[in-house]
Design a protein around this ligand. Structure first.
Ligand code: SF4
Length: 445
Protein backbone atom coordinates (compact mmCIF):
# COMPACT_ATOMS: atom_id res chain seq x y z
CA UNK A 1 0.00 0.00 0.00
CA UNK A 2 1.14 3.58 -0.58
CA UNK A 3 2.56 5.28 2.52
CA UNK A 4 0.37 7.76 4.35
CA UNK A 5 1.59 11.19 5.44
CA UNK A 6 2.09 9.86 8.98
CA UNK A 7 4.10 6.84 7.73
CA UNK A 8 6.35 9.25 5.85
CA UNK A 9 6.62 11.60 8.84
CA UNK A 10 8.06 8.77 10.98
CA UNK A 11 10.97 8.47 8.52
CA UNK A 12 11.84 12.19 8.42
CA UNK A 13 14.45 13.93 10.70
CA UNK A 14 11.68 15.81 12.64
CA UNK A 15 13.85 18.90 13.21
CA UNK A 16 11.36 21.29 11.56
CA UNK A 17 14.35 23.11 10.05
CA UNK A 18 12.24 24.47 7.13
CA UNK A 19 14.99 23.86 4.54
CA UNK A 20 12.40 22.10 2.37
CA UNK A 21 10.30 25.25 2.25
CA UNK A 22 7.63 23.76 4.53
CA UNK A 23 6.98 25.05 8.06
CA UNK A 24 7.28 21.57 9.65
CA UNK A 25 8.36 18.03 8.83
CA UNK A 26 4.73 16.99 9.18
CA UNK A 27 3.63 19.50 6.55
CA UNK A 28 6.37 18.19 4.25
CA UNK A 29 5.26 14.59 4.87
CA UNK A 30 1.68 15.46 3.99
CA UNK A 31 2.79 17.25 0.82
CA UNK A 32 4.94 14.26 -0.16
CA UNK A 33 2.04 11.85 0.36
CA UNK A 34 -0.09 14.00 -1.95
CA UNK A 35 2.77 14.17 -4.49
CA UNK A 36 2.99 17.96 -4.07
CA UNK A 37 6.63 17.76 -2.97
CA UNK A 38 9.76 15.79 -3.90
CA UNK A 39 11.81 13.80 -1.42
CA UNK A 40 14.96 15.58 -2.69
CA UNK A 41 13.63 18.82 -1.21
CA UNK A 42 14.66 17.59 2.25
CA UNK A 43 18.49 17.60 2.36
CA UNK A 44 18.70 15.86 5.75
CA UNK A 45 16.72 12.69 5.15
CA UNK A 46 18.84 9.57 5.86
CA UNK A 47 19.83 7.09 3.16
CA UNK A 48 17.88 4.35 4.91
CA UNK A 49 14.72 6.46 4.97
CA UNK A 50 15.37 7.51 1.38
CA UNK A 51 15.46 3.88 0.22
CA UNK A 52 12.27 3.03 2.08
CA UNK A 53 10.46 6.08 0.76
CA UNK A 54 11.71 5.65 -2.81
CA UNK A 55 10.54 2.03 -2.88
CA UNK A 56 7.14 3.04 -1.56
CA UNK A 57 6.94 5.97 -3.98
CA UNK A 58 7.71 3.82 -7.06
CA UNK A 59 4.66 3.60 -9.33
CA UNK A 60 2.62 0.46 -8.66
CA UNK A 61 2.93 -0.58 -12.31
CA UNK A 62 6.28 -0.42 -14.06
CA UNK A 63 6.69 1.49 -17.31
CA UNK A 64 8.11 -0.68 -20.11
CA UNK A 65 9.56 0.90 -23.23
CA UNK A 66 10.62 -0.74 -26.51
CA UNK A 67 11.23 0.26 -30.15
CA UNK A 68 13.58 3.02 -31.24
CA UNK A 69 13.57 6.69 -32.18
CA UNK A 70 10.20 8.13 -33.20
CA UNK A 71 8.73 4.62 -33.09
CA UNK A 72 9.54 3.98 -29.46
CA UNK A 73 6.43 2.87 -27.56
CA UNK A 74 5.63 2.64 -23.88
CA UNK A 75 3.22 0.53 -21.87
CA UNK A 76 2.42 0.33 -18.15
CA UNK A 77 2.89 3.10 -15.56
CA UNK A 78 -0.81 3.02 -14.81
CA UNK A 79 -1.96 4.25 -11.43
CA UNK A 80 -5.75 3.99 -11.40
CA UNK A 81 -8.48 1.46 -12.07
CA UNK A 82 -10.87 3.99 -13.58
CA UNK A 83 -10.05 6.81 -15.92
CA UNK A 84 -12.05 9.42 -13.99
CA UNK A 85 -9.87 8.87 -10.89
CA UNK A 86 -6.94 10.54 -12.70
CA UNK A 87 -6.14 9.36 -16.25
CA UNK A 88 -4.68 6.37 -18.05
CA UNK A 89 -1.06 6.93 -19.04
CA UNK A 90 -0.13 4.44 -21.78
CA UNK A 91 -2.59 3.80 -24.61
CA UNK A 92 -2.89 0.14 -25.60
CA UNK A 93 -0.33 -0.72 -28.28
CA UNK A 94 -1.77 -2.64 -31.22
CA UNK A 95 0.80 -4.96 -32.82
CA UNK A 96 0.16 -6.77 -36.10
CA UNK A 97 1.23 -10.39 -36.41
CA UNK A 98 3.70 -11.42 -39.12
CA UNK A 99 4.41 -15.14 -39.49
CA UNK A 100 7.95 -16.31 -40.15
CA UNK A 101 6.43 -18.81 -42.59
CA UNK A 102 5.87 -15.95 -45.03
CA UNK A 103 8.68 -15.37 -47.48
CA UNK A 104 9.44 -13.22 -50.53
CA UNK A 105 6.56 -11.18 -51.90
CA UNK A 106 4.09 -12.57 -49.35
CA UNK A 107 6.23 -11.30 -46.49
CA UNK A 108 6.76 -7.95 -48.20
CA UNK A 109 3.04 -7.50 -48.92
CA UNK A 110 2.14 -8.30 -45.32
CA UNK A 111 4.59 -5.71 -43.98
CA UNK A 112 3.31 -3.14 -46.48
CA UNK A 113 -0.29 -3.82 -45.39
CA UNK A 114 0.72 -3.29 -41.75
CA UNK A 115 2.72 -0.14 -42.45
CA UNK A 116 -0.34 1.28 -44.23
CA UNK A 117 -2.54 0.96 -41.13
CA UNK A 118 -2.21 4.62 -40.15
CA UNK A 119 -5.23 6.92 -39.88
CA UNK A 120 -6.17 10.43 -38.89
CA UNK A 121 -9.10 10.88 -36.54
CA UNK A 122 -10.31 14.22 -35.10
CA UNK A 123 -6.95 15.71 -35.99
CA UNK A 124 -4.84 13.00 -34.34
CA UNK A 125 -2.68 10.40 -36.05
CA UNK A 126 -3.45 6.89 -34.89
CA UNK A 127 -2.20 3.54 -36.16
CA UNK A 128 -0.56 0.20 -35.61
CA UNK A 129 2.49 0.75 -33.44
CA UNK A 130 4.32 -2.58 -33.53
CA UNK A 131 5.05 -5.68 -35.57
CA UNK A 132 4.95 -9.07 -33.88
CA UNK A 133 7.16 -11.57 -35.70
CA UNK A 134 5.87 -15.03 -34.81
CA UNK A 135 7.91 -18.23 -34.99
CA UNK A 136 5.16 -20.34 -36.64
CA UNK A 137 7.76 -22.31 -38.60
CA UNK A 138 9.42 -23.75 -35.51
CA UNK A 139 12.74 -23.11 -37.21
CA UNK A 140 15.30 -20.88 -35.47
CA UNK A 141 16.85 -20.03 -38.84
CA UNK A 142 13.57 -18.93 -40.43
CA UNK A 143 12.73 -16.90 -37.33
CA UNK A 144 16.06 -15.05 -37.40
CA UNK A 145 15.61 -14.31 -41.14
CA UNK A 146 12.07 -13.03 -40.59
CA UNK A 147 13.15 -10.82 -37.66
CA UNK A 148 15.98 -9.38 -39.75
CA UNK A 149 13.64 -8.79 -42.73
CA UNK A 150 11.04 -7.13 -40.48
CA UNK A 151 13.68 -4.80 -39.07
CA UNK A 152 14.71 -3.82 -42.59
CA UNK A 153 11.19 -3.36 -43.94
CA UNK A 154 9.54 -1.48 -41.08
CA UNK A 155 10.51 1.11 -38.48
CA UNK A 156 7.74 -0.05 -36.14
CA UNK A 157 8.64 -1.41 -32.72
CA UNK A 158 9.15 -5.19 -32.79
CA UNK A 159 7.79 -8.01 -30.65
CA UNK A 160 9.63 -11.31 -31.15
CA UNK A 161 7.31 -14.22 -30.42
CA UNK A 162 8.72 -17.69 -29.83
CA UNK A 163 8.80 -20.24 -27.01
CA UNK A 164 12.20 -21.49 -28.11
CA UNK A 165 15.23 -19.96 -26.40
CA UNK A 166 17.42 -20.91 -29.39
CA UNK A 167 15.12 -19.14 -31.82
CA UNK A 168 14.88 -16.12 -29.48
CA UNK A 169 18.66 -15.84 -29.25
CA UNK A 170 18.89 -15.77 -33.07
CA UNK A 171 15.97 -13.36 -33.44
CA UNK A 172 17.31 -10.93 -30.82
CA UNK A 173 20.73 -10.98 -32.49
CA UNK A 174 19.10 -10.27 -35.89
CA UNK A 175 17.40 -7.11 -34.60
CA UNK A 176 20.24 -5.91 -32.40
CA UNK A 177 20.18 -2.16 -32.00
CA UNK A 178 16.41 -1.97 -31.91
CA UNK A 179 15.10 -2.65 -28.41
CA UNK A 180 12.46 -5.32 -28.97
CA UNK A 181 9.95 -6.99 -26.68
CA UNK A 182 10.81 -10.68 -26.29
CA UNK A 183 7.80 -12.97 -25.90
CA UNK A 184 7.85 -15.18 -23.96
CA UNK A 185 9.58 -16.85 -21.02
CA UNK A 186 7.82 -19.80 -19.41
CA UNK A 187 8.71 -21.66 -16.24
CA UNK A 188 10.77 -24.07 -18.38
CA UNK A 189 12.72 -21.43 -20.29
CA UNK A 190 12.96 -18.62 -17.75
CA UNK A 191 16.74 -18.77 -17.15
CA UNK A 192 17.67 -18.89 -20.84
CA UNK A 193 15.13 -16.25 -21.90
CA UNK A 194 16.08 -13.90 -19.05
CA UNK A 195 19.74 -14.18 -20.08
CA UNK A 196 18.89 -13.28 -23.71
CA UNK A 197 16.78 -10.33 -22.54
CA UNK A 198 19.52 -9.12 -20.19
CA UNK A 199 22.32 -9.52 -22.76
CA UNK A 200 20.32 -7.59 -25.37
CA UNK A 201 18.82 -4.98 -23.03
CA UNK A 202 15.27 -6.02 -24.02
CA UNK A 203 12.07 -6.29 -21.97
CA UNK A 204 10.73 -9.82 -21.53
CA UNK A 205 7.22 -11.29 -21.46
CA UNK A 206 6.40 -13.79 -18.69
CA UNK A 207 3.82 -16.36 -19.80
CA UNK A 208 1.83 -18.61 -17.44
CA UNK A 209 -1.63 -20.10 -17.04
CA UNK A 210 -2.61 -18.58 -13.70
CA UNK A 211 -2.08 -15.36 -11.77
CA UNK A 212 -0.12 -17.17 -9.08
CA UNK A 213 2.22 -18.83 -11.60
CA UNK A 214 2.65 -15.51 -13.38
CA UNK A 215 3.63 -13.77 -10.13
CA UNK A 216 6.22 -16.50 -9.39
CA UNK A 217 7.60 -16.25 -12.90
CA UNK A 218 7.95 -12.46 -12.83
CA UNK A 219 9.86 -12.75 -9.55
CA UNK A 220 12.26 -15.24 -11.15
CA UNK A 221 12.81 -12.96 -14.14
CA UNK A 222 13.47 -10.02 -11.85
CA UNK A 223 15.89 -12.09 -9.76
CA UNK A 224 17.74 -12.92 -12.99
CA UNK A 225 18.35 -9.20 -13.54
CA UNK A 226 15.56 -8.22 -15.95
CA UNK A 227 13.50 -5.33 -14.60
CA UNK A 228 11.26 -4.63 -17.60
CA UNK A 229 8.62 -7.34 -17.66
CA UNK A 230 5.27 -7.76 -19.42
CA UNK A 231 2.72 -10.33 -18.28
CA UNK A 232 0.80 -12.78 -20.47
CA UNK A 233 -1.93 -14.85 -18.90
CA UNK A 234 -2.37 -17.56 -21.50
CA UNK A 235 -4.60 -20.53 -22.16
CA UNK A 236 -7.78 -19.13 -20.60
CA UNK A 237 -11.21 -18.66 -22.09
CA UNK A 238 -12.04 -15.07 -23.05
CA UNK A 239 -14.36 -14.83 -20.03
CA UNK A 240 -11.64 -16.02 -17.62
CA UNK A 241 -9.18 -13.70 -19.28
CA UNK A 242 -11.44 -10.69 -18.65
CA UNK A 243 -12.10 -11.68 -15.04
CA UNK A 244 -8.42 -12.25 -14.29
CA UNK A 245 -7.34 -9.07 -16.06
CA UNK A 246 -9.44 -7.10 -13.56
CA UNK A 247 -8.06 -9.10 -10.62
CA UNK A 248 -4.49 -8.48 -11.74
CA UNK A 249 -5.15 -4.77 -12.11
CA UNK A 250 -6.64 -4.56 -8.60
CA UNK A 251 -3.77 -6.55 -7.09
CA UNK A 252 -1.13 -4.43 -8.78
CA UNK A 253 -2.66 -0.99 -8.24
CA UNK A 254 -4.73 -1.22 -5.09
CA UNK A 255 -2.69 -3.79 -3.15
CA UNK A 256 0.64 -2.71 -4.72
CA UNK A 257 1.53 -6.39 -5.19
CA UNK A 258 4.86 -5.87 -6.97
CA UNK A 259 5.12 -9.29 -8.74
CA UNK A 260 2.03 -8.27 -10.76
CA UNK A 261 3.03 -4.61 -11.10
CA UNK A 262 3.69 -4.86 -14.82
CA UNK A 263 1.71 -4.18 -18.01
CA UNK A 264 0.04 -7.05 -19.84
CA UNK A 265 0.06 -8.43 -23.39
CA UNK A 266 -2.73 -10.41 -25.11
CA UNK A 267 -2.82 -12.33 -28.37
CA UNK A 268 -5.92 -12.24 -30.58
CA UNK A 269 -5.47 -14.36 -33.64
CA UNK A 270 -8.42 -16.74 -33.66
CA UNK A 271 -11.55 -16.11 -35.71
CA UNK A 272 -12.30 -13.74 -38.56
CA UNK A 273 -11.69 -9.99 -38.57
CA UNK A 274 -15.08 -9.30 -36.89
CA UNK A 275 -14.33 -11.71 -34.06
CA UNK A 276 -10.85 -10.30 -33.56
CA UNK A 277 -12.22 -6.77 -33.52
CA UNK A 278 -14.73 -7.66 -30.78
CA UNK A 279 -12.11 -9.54 -28.74
CA UNK A 280 -9.48 -6.80 -29.06
CA UNK A 281 -11.91 -4.06 -28.04
CA UNK A 282 -12.96 -6.08 -24.97
CA UNK A 283 -9.30 -6.47 -24.03
CA UNK A 284 -8.64 -2.75 -24.56
CA UNK A 285 -11.43 -2.11 -22.05
CA UNK A 286 -9.87 -4.61 -19.67
CA UNK A 287 -6.45 -3.03 -19.35
CA UNK A 288 -4.43 -4.94 -21.94
CA UNK A 289 -1.24 -2.93 -22.52
CA UNK A 290 -0.34 -4.60 -25.81
CA UNK A 291 -2.60 -6.62 -28.13
CA UNK A 292 -1.22 -8.70 -30.97
CA UNK A 293 -3.80 -9.02 -33.76
CA UNK A 294 -3.79 -11.08 -36.91
CA UNK A 295 -6.19 -9.09 -39.09
CA UNK A 296 -4.88 -6.19 -41.14
CA UNK A 297 -8.29 -5.22 -42.52
CA UNK A 298 -8.47 -1.42 -42.15
CA UNK A 299 -12.22 -1.56 -41.38
CA UNK A 300 -11.49 -3.88 -38.44
CA UNK A 301 -8.38 -2.09 -37.18
CA UNK A 302 -9.84 1.43 -37.19
CA UNK A 303 -12.56 0.65 -34.58
CA UNK A 304 -9.89 -0.89 -32.33
CA UNK A 305 -7.76 2.26 -32.62
CA UNK A 306 -10.84 4.41 -32.04
CA UNK A 307 -11.58 2.48 -28.84
CA UNK A 308 -7.99 3.05 -27.67
CA UNK A 309 -8.24 6.73 -28.47
CA UNK A 310 -11.52 7.15 -26.60
CA UNK A 311 -10.53 5.21 -23.51
CA UNK A 312 -7.11 6.82 -23.16
CA UNK A 313 -8.29 10.40 -23.61
CA UNK A 314 -7.41 12.40 -20.51
CA UNK A 315 -10.83 13.26 -18.98
CA UNK A 316 -9.41 16.47 -17.54
CA UNK A 317 -8.01 17.64 -20.87
CA UNK A 318 -10.48 18.06 -23.72
CA UNK A 319 -9.26 17.03 -27.16
CA UNK A 320 -8.39 20.26 -28.93
CA UNK A 321 -7.69 21.49 -32.43
CA UNK A 322 -5.11 24.13 -33.20
CA UNK A 323 -6.50 27.68 -33.00
CA UNK A 324 -6.16 29.21 -36.49
CA UNK A 325 -8.21 29.91 -39.61
CA UNK A 326 -9.33 26.74 -41.40
CA UNK A 327 -10.21 26.88 -45.10
CA UNK A 328 -13.15 24.74 -46.13
CA UNK A 329 -13.16 24.14 -49.88
CA UNK A 330 -11.46 26.94 -51.80
CA UNK A 331 -12.72 30.14 -50.21
CA UNK A 332 -12.00 33.57 -51.73
CA UNK A 333 -12.39 37.21 -50.72
CA UNK A 334 -16.19 36.94 -50.90
CA UNK A 335 -16.52 33.80 -48.79
CA UNK A 336 -18.23 33.72 -45.40
CA UNK A 337 -16.20 33.89 -42.20
CA UNK A 338 -17.49 32.28 -39.02
CA UNK A 339 -15.93 31.33 -35.71
CA UNK A 340 -16.14 28.46 -33.30
CA UNK A 341 -14.07 27.17 -30.37
CA UNK A 342 -11.09 24.80 -30.34
CA UNK A 343 -12.96 21.94 -28.63
CA UNK A 344 -12.29 19.17 -31.10
CA UNK A 345 -15.81 17.78 -31.17
CA UNK A 346 -17.30 21.23 -31.72
CA UNK A 347 -14.84 22.10 -34.49
CA UNK A 348 -15.27 18.86 -36.45
CA UNK A 349 -19.06 19.06 -36.20
CA UNK A 350 -19.01 22.60 -37.58
CA UNK A 351 -16.46 21.63 -40.24
CA UNK A 352 -18.55 18.74 -41.54
CA UNK A 353 -21.70 20.88 -41.68
CA UNK A 354 -19.90 23.66 -43.54
CA UNK A 355 -18.53 21.08 -45.97
CA UNK A 356 -22.05 19.76 -46.45
CA UNK A 357 -23.22 23.27 -47.40
CA UNK A 358 -20.79 23.31 -50.37
CA UNK A 359 -20.20 27.00 -49.64
CA UNK A 360 -16.42 27.54 -49.49
CA UNK A 361 -15.80 29.21 -46.12
CA UNK A 362 -13.31 30.31 -43.50
CA UNK A 363 -13.69 28.97 -39.97
CA UNK A 364 -11.81 30.94 -37.34
CA UNK A 365 -11.02 28.71 -34.38
CA UNK A 366 -10.71 30.69 -31.14
CA UNK A 367 -8.59 29.26 -28.33
CA UNK A 368 -11.00 28.50 -25.48
CA UNK A 369 -8.77 25.85 -23.86
CA UNK A 370 -10.73 23.09 -25.53
CA UNK A 371 -14.17 24.02 -24.26
CA UNK A 372 -17.39 24.12 -26.26
CA UNK A 373 -19.16 27.34 -27.26
CA UNK A 374 -21.57 27.63 -24.33
CA UNK A 375 -19.06 26.40 -21.74
CA UNK A 376 -16.45 28.83 -23.03
CA UNK A 377 -18.93 31.70 -23.02
CA UNK A 378 -20.09 30.88 -19.46
CA UNK A 379 -16.45 30.69 -18.31
CA UNK A 380 -15.59 33.99 -20.05
CA UNK A 381 -13.13 32.25 -22.36
CA UNK A 382 -15.24 33.25 -25.34
CA UNK A 383 -16.03 36.94 -25.35
CA UNK A 384 -15.73 39.94 -27.66
CA UNK A 385 -12.07 40.39 -26.71
CA UNK A 386 -10.94 36.78 -27.32
CA UNK A 387 -12.72 36.74 -30.68
CA UNK A 388 -11.35 40.15 -31.73
CA UNK A 389 -7.84 39.12 -30.62
CA UNK A 390 -8.06 35.91 -32.65
CA UNK A 391 -9.22 37.87 -35.71
CA UNK A 392 -6.21 40.17 -35.37
CA UNK A 393 -3.77 37.34 -34.64
CA UNK A 394 -4.79 35.36 -37.71
CA UNK A 395 -5.16 38.39 -40.04
CA UNK A 396 -8.80 37.62 -40.80
CA UNK A 397 -9.44 41.02 -42.41
CA UNK A 398 -6.87 40.24 -45.11
CA UNK A 399 -8.77 37.14 -46.17
CA UNK A 400 -11.99 38.81 -47.32
CA UNK A 401 -13.12 42.17 -48.63
CA UNK A 402 -16.49 42.14 -46.84
CA UNK A 403 -16.77 42.77 -43.10
CA UNK A 404 -19.37 40.23 -41.99
CA UNK A 405 -18.79 37.69 -39.23
CA UNK A 406 -21.15 34.76 -38.62
CA UNK A 407 -21.34 33.82 -34.95
CA UNK A 408 -22.86 30.72 -33.30
CA UNK A 409 -26.55 31.21 -32.53
CA UNK A 410 -26.01 30.18 -28.89
CA UNK A 411 -23.93 33.31 -28.27
CA UNK A 412 -26.19 35.79 -30.08
CA UNK A 413 -26.00 37.83 -26.90
CA UNK A 414 -22.40 38.74 -27.83
CA UNK A 415 -23.49 40.53 -31.01
CA UNK A 416 -23.49 44.14 -29.78
CA UNK A 417 -20.17 44.07 -27.93
CA UNK A 418 -18.52 42.06 -30.69
CA UNK A 419 -19.65 44.54 -33.33
CA UNK A 420 -18.09 47.36 -31.26
CA UNK A 421 -14.85 45.43 -30.65
CA UNK A 422 -14.34 44.43 -34.30
CA UNK A 423 -16.24 46.97 -36.40
CA UNK A 424 -17.58 44.02 -38.35
CA UNK A 425 -21.25 43.39 -39.04
CA UNK A 426 -22.36 40.46 -36.92
CA UNK A 427 -24.64 37.84 -38.46
CA UNK A 428 -26.16 35.42 -35.97
CA UNK A 429 -25.93 31.87 -37.26
CA UNK A 430 -28.18 28.97 -36.27
CA UNK A 431 -28.11 27.57 -32.74
CA UNK A 432 -27.66 24.02 -34.01
CA UNK A 433 -24.86 23.68 -36.51
CA UNK A 434 -26.80 20.98 -38.38
CA UNK A 435 -28.76 23.98 -39.72
CA UNK A 436 -25.57 25.59 -41.10
CA UNK A 437 -25.85 24.16 -44.65
CA UNK A 438 -29.34 25.65 -45.07
CA UNK A 439 -28.28 28.90 -43.41
CA UNK A 440 -25.18 29.36 -45.59
CA UNK A 441 -27.01 28.49 -48.79
CA UNK A 442 -29.90 30.86 -48.06
CA UNK A 443 -28.18 33.73 -46.21
CA UNK A 444 -24.86 33.83 -47.99
CA UNK A 445 -25.51 32.76 -51.52
S1 SF4 B 1 13.96 19.96 5.38
FE1 SF4 B 1 13.57 17.92 6.15
S2 SF4 B 1 14.02 18.09 8.32
FE2 SF4 B 1 13.79 20.15 7.60
S3 SF4 B 1 11.63 20.66 7.93
FE3 SF4 B 1 11.79 19.88 5.88
S4 SF4 B 1 11.34 17.69 6.11
FE4 SF4 B 1 11.86 18.45 8.15
Amino acid sequence: MALTGLDIFKLLPKTNCKKCGMPTCLAFAMALAQKRAKLDDCPDVSDEAKNKLAAAAAPPMRKVVFGSGDNQVQTGQETVLFRHEEKFHSPTILAARVSDKLTGDDFKQRIEAVNALQFERVGEKIGIKALAVVNDSGSAKSFASACSAAKEASDLALVLVTDSADAMAGGAAAVKGRVSLLASATVETVEAMAKIAKDNGCPLVAKAGSIEALADLSEKIKAAGVEDIVLNLEGLSRQEQMYNASRMRVLSLKKVFRPLGYPTISFVSEGDADTQMAAAISLICKYSGIIVIDTVEPWAVLPMLTAVMNIFTDPQKPVQVEPKVYRIGEPNENSPVMFTTNFSLTYYTVESDVEASRVPSYILVVDTEGTSVLTAYSGDKLNEKTVADAMTKFDVEKLVKHRKLIIPGYVAVMSGKLEEATNWEIMVGPRECSMLPKYLQEMWN
